[in-house]
Design a protein around this ligand. Structure first.
Ligand code: AMP
Ligand code: MG
Length: 328
């Protein structure tokens, strides 16, 4: 097969990512730059950050790979889901580079990017994917030519829940690592557990945990512990039922929250008890990154997909199951 070098641009939220991969799956460069967080993510300010940093980050990535723009044979970018202003920065950059250098263009579903880089960088072949991040919480499996969602959040994402909790209590941003650290010294206080059918709800838990942490006599460590135990047990329950239903034999973790060792422990235990494999990709491709977009772009392009400019409109609510998977 002819070797192709792809540039991937990721900008769905506060992180800007530029990745360069070849079609054998070698990551030649994978640079990310975070917008410094104070409070929540402001979409327009994040977009401004990405616009200002895109060119320098692209130059660094090309330098890492030892390549020039003329060596790039395919451009992929995150079409969604994500914040409109951020998505448009990546889309405009991708279209501009494509036009200027005459390079074919592919728009990638961000969630599918997480799955495909996980399949590339772990031994997982046909996993049930637990995608847990700042903006998404989904349990996904390949079935009938699409990545289908078997369970998801009905309101906010798990990462958003933890980040907002930490912000409400001035614990710092992002909240995930701080809450994980505090939780190690905690014990259980009751918090609401909300699973509805195969779906999850975290907004009531966020309100209750914030209230509990502000209540006289409650230790912050205990509330952090319970927030994690409750939210992660909910996630593990839904993942387990999806595993039973789909009869998949592997569980793949994806997204920034997947670095959490307590969540990993719960899901690993569940997977082992069911005789399923358990996979976590390396840290540099777990959270949002450009390499996952570049790799998915290569897979799509190899299966015959190239998008015309008019097909590259961003989609803030781009669903995982909207994409016909032609490359599997
Ligand atoms: P992503 O959206 O995939 O880039 O991941 C960002 C999210 O991962 C944020 O919500 C972080 O709070 C969360 N995160 C990072 N480290 C941890 C951790 N150790 N435990 C839980 N969540 C984490
Ligand atoms: Mg993500």
């Amino acid at each position: 097969m002819e070797k192709v070098i792809c540039l991937g641009i990721e900008a769905t939220a506060e992180k800007l990512g530029i990745g360069i991969l070849d079609s054998e799956g070698n990551i030649l460069a994978n640079r990310t730059k975070h917008q410094p967080l104070k409070g929540g993510i402001h979409p327009r300010e994040a977009a401004q950050h990405h616009a200002e940093n895109l060119r320098p980050l692209l130059d660094l990535a090309l330098q890492d790979a030892g390549l020039a723009m003329g060596d790039i044979e395919l451009i992929a970018f995150s079409r969604g889901p994500g914040m409109g202003p951020c998505l448009r920065v990546a889309a405009v950059a991708a279209r501009t580079l494509s036009l200027k250098h005459g390079i074919p263009l592919v728009g990638v579903n961000h969630c599918i990017g997480h799955i495909e880089i996980g399949r590339l960088k772990t031994e997982a072949k046909d996993p049930l994917t637990l995608y847990v991040s700042g903006g998404n919480t989904q349990v996904i499996a390949f079935e009938g030519g699409r990545y289908r969602v078997f369970g998801e959040t009905l309101d906010i994402a798990i990462g958003n829940c933890i980040d907002q909790f930490a912000r409400n209590l001035d614990l710092g941003a992002p909240g995930g690592p701080v809450v994980e650290r505090l939780a190690r010294k905690g014990s259980y206080v009751p918090l609401p557990y909300t699973v509805k059918g195969m779906d999850l709800s975290f907004s009531g838990l966020l309100t209750a945990a914030t209230g509990a942490a502000r209540t006289e006599g409650n230790r912050i460590e205990d509330v952090c512990f319970s927030l994690q135990e409750t939210a992660f047990a909910m996630i593990t329950e839904v993942t387990e039922r999806a595993l039973a239903h789909t009869e998949k034999e592997e569980v793949l973790m994806a997204g920034g929250v997947a670095v959490n060792s307590r969540l990993q422990e719960m899901v690993r235990t569940m997977a082992r008890e069911r005789g399923a494999g358990f996979f976590v990709p390396p840290g540099d491709v777990l959270g949002d990154n450009g390499a996952m977009i570049a790799w998915t772009g290569i897979l799509m392009h190899r299966s015959g997909i190239t998008h015309r400019l008019e097909e590259t409109r961003v989609e803030q609510r781009y669903r995982t199951d909207q994409v016909e998977v032609t490359w599997r």
